[in-house]
Design a protein around this ligand. Structure first.
Ligand code: FAD
Length: 387
């Protein structure tokens, strides 16, 4: 199929964010939406996600995004005809530092005010949830039983399938090489499959959002950082399901994936490029050391494999959603860090509402693209780094 030569809206990036936006735009009756994906749908950093979904965020906006995600994932199969593998396994944060626990308190109060079931529990109660844990050095744990997981590939394919059924063109294997401007307005894109005119272009390019922004002359504060996930051979010694459990002291997290255990050292490194994110085998050692310190029985497990992916982080760890400053018709939905999968349903809906109605349907100033240049962003107030 050849690429159409005109579109009402071009979305650059067929990851979970771009596909959700396309689905919601088409649902509001927007015609001639084209998603351009240089590889295949969901093959970008979406394919590297652990699938975690938590309402344990530090801001009202993000908590509301998560609560919306939970509602969407609960009825996903009905709406999209795809089983997303949604499971409410809960998120458990293990705390050993009193200052860290104090930091949780205002976040927990906000989450509870918004209806989230989240509690501080004793180490012994954390051990009841995950009997394999070592808890003698913990002072508490923070437990969100309503949190869970779903499959990023299934969810992305669900959005893409319904978007196509609603008339969206999703062009795979096509790369956007330039964003055309007429003065201070976007006028279209140039791709490896020819040029296309469009009055509106959405940057949903995940970890490479900054380089896509530069195609339109816009600087975007998205910095991709590498993170590893490893998995064991089947390991019945830790029976599932167990919560996604994060050791706050070391950053290590783990959960059960069918018979295997998924584990991450919680690394944050400035390594990996647009096309390649190498797996560093030394990270296996780091993950295993942290794992055995917290879950001694994992000493008997064998690592069967793993992968590394880029998390598109921003300086304050909040996403960037809104019109790009200085270029009319250029919209940004980028910088989702370690939570872009879980926030994709609400992102798609709000971006579509904003574009169709001319104004967002809730206060999205937290994500304002102009906040870094204006010095309004607070540094790192994201709370726990959990995925
Ligand atoms: C190890 C790891 C674990 C994670 N765990 C979780 C988790 O548990 N929960 C969670 O919510 N999130 C998690 N995340 C984060 C999540 O993966 C991302 O935030 C999310 O997938 C971002 O989606 P996206 O659509 O913005 O990006 P992407 O999936 O990367 O999509 C962008 C797409 O744009 C395409 N593209 C780029 N440039 C061009 C171009 N010039 N032309 C055409 N196409 C282009 C790319 O090929 C890509 O497919 C994790 C990430 C990592 C790395």
């Amino acid at each position: 199929m050849s690429l159409p030569r005109t579109a009402s809206i071009v979305i650059i990036g067929g990851g979970v964010v771009g596909c959700s936006i396309a689905y919601h735009l088409a649902g509001r009756g927007v015609r001639d939406v084209v998603v351009i994906e240089r590889e295949t749908v969901g093959s970008g950093t979406t394919s590297k996600a652990a699938g975690g979904i938590r309402a344990q965020f530090p801001t009202e906006t993000e908590i509301r995004f998560s609560l919306e995600a939970i509602e969407v994932f609960e009825r996903f199969e009905e709406e999209f005809g795809v089983d997303p593998g949604y499971k409410k396994i809960g998120y458990l944060f293990l705390v050993s530092d009193p200052d860290d626990l104090r930091g949780f308190e205002p976040r927990i109060a906000l989450q509870r005010r918004l209806g989230v079931d989240v509690r501080v529990i004793a180490p012994a109660d954390a051990k009841k949830l995950v009997p394999a844990l070592r808890v003698d050095d913990l002072i508490a744990a923070v437990w969100g039983p309503g949190d869970g997981l779903a499959g990023p590939a299934e969810v992305t394919n669900g959005f893409a399938k319904r978007a196509r059924q609603r008339g969206v063109t999703i062009a795979e294997g096509v790369r956007v090489t330039a964003i055309e401007r007429a003065g201070d307005r976007v006028s279209g894109v140039t791709t490896t499959d020819g040029a296309m005119s469009a009055p509106l272009v959405i940057n949903a390019a995940g970890p490479v959002a900054a380089s896509v922004g530069r195609l339109a002359g816009v600087e975007i504060a998205v910095h991709p950082r590498r993170r590893h996930i490893f998995y064991t051979e089947p390991f019945p010694e830790i029976p599932g399901p167990i919560p996604l459990t994060t050791d706050r002291a070391s950053g290590f997290y783990f959960r059960k994936e069918l018979e295997q255990v998924l584990l991450s050292p919680g690394d944050v490194e400035d390594i990996g490029t647009d096309f390649e994110v190498p797996v560093d085998r030394a990270k296996i050692e780091e993950a295993v050391t942290k794992a055995v310190a917290r879950v001694p029985v994992l000493e008997q497990a064998t690592i069967a494999g793993g992968w590394a992916g880029l998390r598109p982080l921003t300086p304050d760890d909040h996403a960037i959603i809104g019109w790009a400053p200085g270029v009319q018709g250029f919209f940004l939905a980028v910088g989702f860090g370690g939570h872009g999968f879980q926030h994709s349903p609400a992102t798609g809906r709000h971006v579509a509402d904003w574009i169709v109605n001319g104004t967002p349907s809730m206060d999205l100033s937290l994500f304002d693209p102009g906040r870094f240049a204006q010095g309004r962003a607070k540094a790192h107030d994201q709370g726990p780094d959990a995925e």
